[in-house]
Design a binder for this molecule. Structure first.
Ligand code: GN1
Ligand code: MG
Length: 362
């Protein structure tokens, strides 16, 4: 179905005025649409879910319903409008729509006067981002995790990710293995380190919590005028997980000197100023509810999430690029190399990371 049909399905009122494609996601197709209703512009986000990645999008929408309702109830009255996403019901009353071709759609109200940032130059913004992700975890700390579907089983099971990469290397379906031997060697060398968190989880040394699991900085809405944080978005991967995953993935994305797909890897690395800013915000929020092991493994979380994403990008590259959207043919290889450069720098700076975390733990 085309977008015009989708507008009708979700009952968008008024006169159509504009539609733009938002490009910062790597999986779903996302559109912002504006309608003029009684002289006022009302905006919506419409998403077409990637069903190669998300096999059961109905389950996502069930999770989203529960999680947004829980957050809304936990927020002070005056934050409920802009502090959480409000999904629209389709004509059949469900919060999604599957069209005649089997395409999966959803829509939510665009939060008025909100912006997202793909990179953070101002450490104050990163500190605010840290506090927003930390608060997100607190808001969901009393959520009954047994009611959540595990959307992508083993999403951050780093052992499973590694095992899958080595299966792909074995099969070499796109004939690319011979061209990435140094990358494979790096990932092989750091496998034990990157698998430590899962070992600890399996040994009962770390608790499972309800986590976001995709804490890129552009998944936070800021007020475009005041820069205060409003809401955490992209709830597709909210699942039981480790605190270190959310901390780590946010550092991976937000405290890098470069974008996650910078081709010139000599520029890539962990910016300790940004690291400290995010840490101050995040640890300040969670330190009272976190266990000692959780706080001790935050830096390992950053290394783990970065190595794991290198594993995932490389796996997809070797598999012929089926999972992540690409802007150009070698995109997944460039992403892999950038994550490897960042991981190497994080490994070298682990003691520095721990020292900074230690400052905010007390
Ligand atoms: C994907 O599409 P986006 O940007 O929300 C991916 C994340 C990766 C990220 C890397 C479901 O997220 O796990 O960290 O790309 N999401 C899924 O940019 O695989
Ligand atoms: Mg996402």
């Amino acid at each position: 179905m085309d977008l015009t049909g989708i507008y009708k399905v979700f009952g968008l009122a008024g006169e159509f005025s504009a539609c733009t494609v938002l490009k910062n996601g790597n999986i779903n197709k996302t559109y912002k649409v504006d309608f003029i209703n009684e002289g006022k512009t009302e905006s919506y986000i419409i998403q077409n879910i990637n069903t190669y990645v998300f096999k059961k999008p109905e389950y996502i929408m069930s999770n989203v319903k529960g999680v947004t309702a829980h957050i809304e109830a936990a927020l002070p009255e005056e934050q409920r409008e802009r502090g959480v996403l409000h999904f629209l019901d389709a004509e059949d009353g469900k919060n999604y729509y599957i069209d005649g071709e089997g395409s999966f759609w959803r829509a939510y109200r665009f939060v008025p006067d909100s912006v997202t940032y793909d990179s953070f130059d101002d450490p104050a913004l990163l500190e605010a981002a840290g506090a927003a992700f930390g608060r997100f975890q607190l808001l969901l700390s009393d959520y009954d995790a047994s009611t959540l579907y595990e959307i992508i089983p083993g999403f951050h099971d780093t052992k499973k990710r590694y095992a899958h990469l080595f299966e792909t290397i074995e099969k070499d379906p796109a004939g690319r293995v011979a061209s990435v031997l140094p990358e494979i060697e790096f990932l092989r060398r750091h496998r034990k380190t990157a698998e430590t968190l899962v070992d600890m989880l399996e040994a009962g040394q770390l608790p499972l919590r309800v986590t976001h699991n995709d804490t890129k900085g552009n998944n936070i809405l800021f007020d475009k005028n005041t820069n205060e944080t409003l809401a955490v978005i992209d709830l597709d991967t909210v699942m039981p997980g480790l605190v270190a995953y959310d901390f780590g993935d946010a550092i991976r994305f937000g405290a890098n000197f470069t974008d996650e797909d910078e081709p010139d890897t000599s520029k890539t690395g962990l910016d300790m100023i940004k690291f400290e800013a995010f840490t101050r915000g995040f640890v300040g929020m969670i330190r009272d509810s976190a266990t000692k092991n959780e706080l001790d493994t935050l830096s390992l979380g950053a290394i783990t999430m970065t190595v794991e994403l290198a594993v995932r990008f490389l796996d997809d590259y070797l598999d012929g690029d089926k999972y992540f959207k690409l802007n150009y043919p070698e995109h997944n290889l460039v992403r892999t190399r950038c994550q490897i450069a960042l991981a190497a720098d994080m490994i070298a700076k682990k003691d520095q990371m721990d020292e900074i975390i230690g400052k905010y733990v007390r």
